[in-house]
Design a binder for this molecule. Structure first.
Ligand SMILES: C[S@@+](CC[C@H](N)C(=O)[O-])C[C@H]1O[C@@H](n2cnc3c(N)ncnc32)[C@H](O)[C@@H]1O
Length: 335
């Protein structure tokens, strides 16, 4: 793969359209009353086009401007409260991309105060079968869990997904930290998740490949070089490698998440044509996977670097299944 195409100009005025979102409360309220433009034109729509909307915007502003009850799945990967600036050398542009994760003297209370209105908006935007997957790690997840219970309801908590990886060092004085946590909540009881099936090897020496009748139904066992197994619904611990330095999908955006992680979330929790949103989109991983899986997507990030990297990746994703290899139709909506 050509990793360093000619760097695109940082500002792309011909692709940037202004979204008429005002700071004023009354205007925000008026925007909330307006139904979303879900027309094929707004989302691209035709097979050979991108099927989404990309915003360069503080997410609270765009979330408040969108109407309620229309999104099927929200994946959110906010800064984790590391209290550092996150930086990485881009692999697709001549730049170092970065985002701030410093919280000054406000500490964890300040972080929760900042995140909370965004979680409230996320709940408002979800439709009745909608789900949110909120990606965090040890820095803040326990505080945010309490806030999510307050906003979505303790009974709407579905899963604490452990994303386990092996990257990074070991520690002398504690157990090495090798997982992130993804909190899944539903808006109502009507949500749909279809766990994929995975192999479960039996410890029994007597189990043979073939059908077994347990009384309550048949189970089918198979054999491979590791032993005898059957298929069971996936658990909440997901072992997925972090993106390695040579991976084709790596764009060099700090904290870029693997496409395979988003594939699991989107394919198990949405259907073809559903709308998936990511208001902390970074390098656009959620949109890229949604596009590949035939879902509509809404992405936002307040960083121009992030949105331009996202646009670059989304164009690639659209062109991959497209007769028009020069497709340029993804616009950046600025607000
Ligand atoms: C952890 S990164 C997301 C990485 C992304 N999941 C990926 O795979 O590339 C967090 C992103 O949130 C963005 N961000 C932070 N505060 C924001 C805000 N108020 N509005 C919109 N984006 C914000 C940052 O610019 C950064 O790109």
């Amino acid at each position: 793969m050509q990793l360093k195409p000619k760097p695109e100009k940082r500002a792309l005025p011909d692709t940037v359209t202004a979204l008429n979102v005002s700071n004023k409360k009354s205007k925000d309220h008026a925007d909330q009353q307006r139904p979303p433009d879900m027309s094929p034109e707004a989302f691209g729509g035709k097979d050979e086009q991108g099927t989404g909307l990309l915003y360069l915007c503080d997410n609270l502003r765009i979330m408040r401007a969108l109407p309620e009850n229309f999104i099927d799945l929200i994946y959110m990967d906010p800064p984790f409260f590391t209290r550092k600036e996150r930086r990485a050398r881009s692999r697709i542009r001549e730049s170092v991309d970065s985002f701030e994760d410093k919280w000054g003297s406000g500490g964890i209370e300040g972080y929760i105060k900042w995140l909370s209105p965004r979680l409230i908006e996320a709940r408002r935007l979800l439709n009745s079968t909608g789900l949110i997957y909120l990606h965090l790690d040890w820095h803040a997840v326990h505080y945010v869990k309490v806030e999510m219970d307050r906003i979505f309801g303790y009974n709407r908590f579905i899963n604490e997904i452990i994303w386990r990886y092996r990257t990074g060092g070991v520690s002398k004085n504690m157990f090495a930290r090798k997982h992130d946590t993804i909190l899944a909540y539903s808006k109502t009881q009507e949500y749909r998740i279809e766990p994929w099936k995975e192999k479960a090897y039996t410890k029994s020496r007597y189990r043979k490949a073939g059908k077994v009748n347990y009384g309550s139904g048949d189970a089918e066992f198979f054999r491979d070089s590791n032993g005898v197994y059957n298929y069971v619904n996936a658990s909440d611990v997901w072992e997925i490698p972090y993106i390695n330095s040579q991976a084709k999908e790596r764009v060099g955006y700090p904290s870029q998440k693997p496409e395979s992680l988003l594939e699991r979330i989107i394919s198990s929790s949405t259907r073809s044509g559903d709308t998936v949103a990511d208001f902390f989109c970074g390098s656009g991983t959620t949109g890229v996977v949604a596009q590949k899986l035939g879902r509509r997507w809404i992405l936002a990030d307040k960083s121009r670097d992030a949105v331009e990297v996202s646009r670059f990746r989304l164009l690639d994703a659209v062109r991959a299944n497209n007769v028009r290899k020069d497709y340029m139709g993804i616009k950046i909506h600025e607000c």
